[in-house]
Design a protein around this ligand. Structure first.
Ligand SMILES: Cc1ncc(COP(=O)(O)O)c(C=O)c1O
Length: 390
């Protein structure tokens, strides 16, 4: 047993990591006399970083990833009779945004390696009603992008939307996650890698979508074209809503993005420490660790394990809690939920989603976890699983 400075010290699941720069920028935004609404000076700087990192045609900061997904759904012109393929194992927003635009959902299963959408399941659901497929890079590990591209190779009419809430700064075959489809969405909610309380972004790949994206973003008006001097007054043009992120929050986000290398390297260190501490005993205990394919650079959003038996999860979480360690699980499979049943185009089978959802356990994961704390979590988990195997 290793020695810890304070073995009883609680280890929280998530600790939002703000510093002086975040506070200074927010203060400057509030007191500096500039605009505090959307698209202020701090928003522009944050967008510049995101655009430079992704090479996107446009990035629009939104109030959340959910809002960005809704914006992407508006841009797809969905309507009654249209369907969108969404993995069952994801957050509600990945499906809800499209439902709000009048589409129905076809829930696909996930594949057990990356926990992203299973290309075979997508292929089985693909019919003429499908207008989009939503990709989720679970934990910031790219899904089987090649497999999905192969399934969609004869369907250029089907848009790929990456719900990249977990994957900012991750890569697949060297390409940034969030640049692999027509639209991608980001989350800056305070459980994510880069945070401003609540926030998000729509990443637009195709220049042909940019003008309409701004109109939907700006309450249905061509206000952006007016600011760019392209029209002499702005007026109501199309559908839309108020999606913009206020500048004081963009100021906080900018400070976070400016220290992206240090944030990502700290999260990578936590991931590697957990993996190294758990790997020697994982097989013998039937514990499955995250799989990082060779062509993937993870974004290090979260660390999950799959327990050998669903029935032990509650007890393992209690064992961790008794040692002061917070843990969590998710997602309740969407195809099996009340909302999913109500908004699905038809019932589908997603056995891997059900299995994974019942066995998945998330370990504490944040920027300030120390190596000793990671070891303490790993040791407690291993001891608990070993003691509770049937
Ligand atoms: C995959 C996924 N998509 C979307 C969201 C929603 O993000 P937000 O809270 O920024 O709307 C989450 C939230 O955790 C998520 O995990």
């Amino acid at each position: 047993m290793s020695q810890y400075a304070n073995p009883e010290w609680p280890i929280r699941f998530n600790v939002p990591d703000y510093g002086d720069a975040e506070a200074e920028y927010a203060r400057e935004s509030l007191l500096g006399g500039g605009s505090t609404s959307a698209n202020g000076q701090f928003s522009h700087k944050a967008v510049e970083i995101l655009q430079a990192e992704t090479g996107a045609a446009e990035v629009l900061l939104t109030t959340s990833c959910t809002a960005a997904l809704e914006l992407s759904a508006m841009l797809l012109d969905l309507g009654p009779g249209d369907t969108v393929i969404v993995p069952s194992f994801t957050f509600t927003s990945s499906a809800l945004a499209f439902v709000r635009q009048g589409a129905r959902i076809l829930f696909c299963d996930i594949e057990p390696r990356t926990l992203g959408p299973d290309p075979a399941s997508v292929a089985a659901l693909l019919d003429d009603s499908v207008k989009a497929v939503v990709l989720v890079h679970y934990a910031g590990i790219a899904c089987d992008v090649e497999g999905i591209r192969e399934v969609l190779k004869d369907r250029p009419d089907v848009a790929v939307v990456e719900d990249n809430a977990h994957g900012l700064f991750g890569r697949w075959r060297g390409e940034p996650l969030g640049t692999l489809g027509r639209f991608a969405t980001l989350s800056f909610h305070d459980t994510k890698n880069f945070i401003c309380g609540e926030g998000g972004a729509l990443v637009v790949s195709d220049t042909a979508d940019v003008d309409r994206a701004w109109v939907h973003y700006d309450k249905g008006t061509d206000r952006q074209a007016f600011f760019l001097g392209q029209v002499d007054k702005y007026s109501w043009r199309d559908n839309g809503s108020s999606f913009g992120l206020a500048d004081p929050l963009a100021a906080v986000l900018l400070a976070q993005l400016e220290r992206r290398e240090s944030i990502q390297s700290r999260r990578r260190a936590v991931h590697e420490r957990y993996a190294a501490a758990l790997a020697p005993n994982a097989d013998e205990l039937g514990l499955q660790l995250p799989v990082v394919p060779d062509d993937v650079e993870p974004a290090y959003h979260l660390f999950h394990v799959l327990l050998p038996e669903a029935s032990m999860r509650r007890a393992v979480m209690s064992d961790l809690k008794r040692k002061g360690i917070e843990s969590a699980f998710h997602y309740v499979p969407l195809h099996d939920s009340d909302g999913g049943e109500r908004f699905a185009a038809r019932p589908t089978e997603c056995p891997v989603s059900i299995d994974v959802s019942s066995r998945l356990l998330r370990l504490p994961f944040h920027n300030s976890l120390t190596p000793d704390e990671c070891d303490r979590v790993a040791e407690t988990l291993l001891a608990s699983v070993a003691g509770r195997r049937s």
